[in-house]
Design a protein around this ligand. Sequence first.
Ligand SMILES: *Cc1c(COP(=O)(O)O)cnc(C)c1O
Length: 249
Amino acid sequence: MNDPAEAARIRAGLDAVWSRIRAACEAAGRDPDEVRLLLATKTVEPEKIRVAIEAGATLVAENRVQEVRPKFEALDDLDYERHFIGHLQSNKINALVPYISCLQSLDRISLANKLQKRLEREDEQLDVLLQVNTSREESKFGLDPDNLEAFATEAGRLDRLRIRGLMTIGLFTDDQEKARPSLHRLRELRDQVRELNLDGVEMNELSMGMSGDLEVAIEEGATIVRVGTAVFGSRDTSGSDSRPGSPKT
Ligand SMILES: *Cc1c(COP(=O)(O)O)cnc(C)c1O
């Protein structure tokens, strides 16, 4: 990237977030190796993502299908893991699946069935997390917590999907404590589903916590925290709503 000051800002942001993760793990008595940092890179140019990967980031995720392939191609020479964390329409499955190793936003059975068909055709499997609407805001995608067990049972029968855990976008708030109930709830749900020992369902991952609430998320058991603005600065929101989980992302 030909803007050294910007590159330095990204590296400093990344270091600051890693420090926060380490401090939060220490405070919670957790092993820092149990918590992965995922960079949420919607609207971020590939050159900036490259700086972060070269500085040690290993996990990157997009929200919008149309951003996935161009960035994949621009960063093709780098070794990193790619997830998807946005709302996925069924008609975009084929444009997405070749480029990712994990879909964190599986939230309906019609989508699960279509993924299964595509993966059967290609003789492949895909890791998925089930997205849960823990804050029960109507504006958010995600499964109703009351339907989670039934959904996991049904999706667990689809042999091409490896269900690894749960994801949530907690309550938007400036106050970490207000985010806690929805994060705590996700962990309870994960433990409940794990107890059922369903075929085809592993419940190890908890993807929760963002720039504003990663400390509380780690305290509540997060294994993946998803961070955008704390590394890349605030997003240019002109013309589109780029809040996490908003219908337009
Ligand atoms: C953008 C986004 C994030 C990161 O949010 P920041 O507040 O920028 O850290 C996390 N999760 C999802 C699903 C997102 O869309």
